[in-house]
Design a protein around this ligand. Sequence first.
Ligand SMILES: Cc1ncc(C[n+]2csc(CCOP(=O)(O)OP(=O)(O)O)c2C)c(N)n1
Ligand SMILES: CC(=O)[C@@H](O)[C@H](O)COP(=O)(O)O
Ligand SMILES: [Mg+2]
Length: 597
Amino acid sequence: MTATPVTPAGITRPTDVAALDADRLPGLAAQVRSLLIDRVAATGGHLGAGLGVVELTIALHRVFRSPQDVLVFDTGHQTYPHKALTGRALEFTTLRQAGGLSGYPNRGESPHDWVENSHASVSLAWADGIAKVLALRAETDRRVIAVLGDGALTGGVAWEGLNNLASAPDRPVIVVLNDNGRSYDPTVGGVAAHLRRLRRREAGAGNLFTALGLDYLGPVDGHDIDALCTAFRRAAGARRPVIVHAITRKGHGYPPAEADESDHMHACGIIDPLTGRPAKPPKPTWTDVFEEEIAAIAQVRADVVALTAGMRLPTGLGTLSRSRPGAVFDSGIAEQHLLASAAGLATGGTHPVVALYSTFLHRAFDQLLLDIALHRLPVTLVLDRAGITGPDGPSHHGMWDLTLLAAVPGMRVACPRDPERLCELLHEAVDVAGPTALRFPKEPATEDIPALTRMSGMDVLHRTDRRPLDVLLVAIGATAPACLRAATLLAEQGVGVTVVDPRWAWPPPDPLLRSIARHRVTVTAEDGVAAGGIGSRLAQAAAHHRVHVVGLPTSFLAHGTREQVLTRAGLTGTAIAATARAELSRLTAGAPSGSGR
Ligand SMILES: Cc1ncc(C[n+]2csc(CCOP(=O)(O)OP(=O)(O)O)c2C)c(N)n1
Ligand SMILES: CC(=O)[C@@H](O)[C@H](O)COP(=O)(O)O
Ligand SMILES: [Mg+2]
């Protein structure tokens, strides 16, 4: 009689995986795969990467004893199988929803999760640090395993990791290289070429890893559980730093993902699980607007080139890469290299446009400050996913960029309020002979918000007729709709409101400081941390006037929909209006002014 199939729901802990008869493992893999497809189809999330590591994750949990053995996943987008095999299978109905399962490892969910940061290439550093502390505590019976992708291996900090792991033969970290040949695009650069030669066992390929001093096991079929278990046991027995080179296929086992040449369904929205097609036709996004405009600009500006860190399509460089292939440069997942290479390109007379997600700028701040700004080079950063991204959670919100950018000498920061202004400001930015940045949110392209008038670059969006200049609302970028909503609420309460959009939010246009001086109260709104952001710098610049900053708290904001997170953070029209009212009341009562947030 055939045994009943093992379902992930029946796996409450990794030892359940280890205890299974080997002939039941293919069934378990099939069950995990269908769980991922069914659940991600219903909620949206990452798919291709997780499908590619189902067998690899089963093998990890058969050979190693998590959490006694430490499993560190790089980037973390591929950990849905790991979550399914560590007792969370039933929670996938809440995936990436407020209060529900995170799309990345999360220490609050499970002792089997270690690194919540979804930024690539740091798993080896984490593993190195954990191995060191285990050695200090003489806990030599615990193994440390880092699982990183071939894309993550194109990041410089991964090579810093290999360098350090190789320096400590007595601290045996096991590196599992999940090589599916893809980042989003096929992985680029010399590392990718070397991995291809190793995959093909080409004679004379050499081996970068053994040359550094690690043992190398592979290439191993990353979908053969038995072969993987054998390799992992050998790696564990080596008692020295070792890399297991597993060859996997991104999207494996789900034909729509396997057939998706763009990125093997790396991430998807709500889809029909049978076809893999979106349940609803996708709406045009800000990224789409940028994609079209940068291609149009580059058609007439031969000096304009575009740069990406392994994210050509997600950052909207697809059209340009097809219309002018030589104008788009992909560094791999290497933002620090990307920005310093932009400095080199700019020195040579081009105007580089560096397309990044806002959150990934953090690791290249030094290159922005001392390679680009110090030399006052004409580089434009286009920061997508700025502000609250939502379901991707705290390590993906693009909420620190304004604070970082405003601290850079000579930096000019454009914050378009709508797609029309995105196009306008992009054209202006590529004409600036110095460092500029332009940022926009992850959401469908909003309706254009026309201005009543423009004063030296600053747009006036609303004025309450026949009312005094009680409140000035300064809308930074995508907060304009919320500020206009606040103006309506305040006007209903008899408050005179002016709403302005500086467009170039930093440094502030002169008319903005004059407007602040003319109004009783100023409230600024930005989808960036309030501390050190545009508003607090305006407050500083207009210190003798009442400026109240509505912005995001300096804290890590959990995942949820963008609207839920913005509402929780008080970045809504109602909350902005309440801030203005409270300040006016304090003024009227002669009470001391409240501090900015
Ligand atoms: C520093 C950084 N830059 C960009 C990204 C966006 N990103 C997420 S996954 C990914 C591709 C990762 O490729 P790989 O490591 O090979 O994993 P795979 O998806 O193939 O399993 C990228 C570029 C990121 N998470 N971190
Ligand atoms: C893990 C990672 O960094 C990317 O996959 C990111 O989650 C994609 O974000 P979008 O879905 O907003 O393109
Ligand atoms: Mg990969």
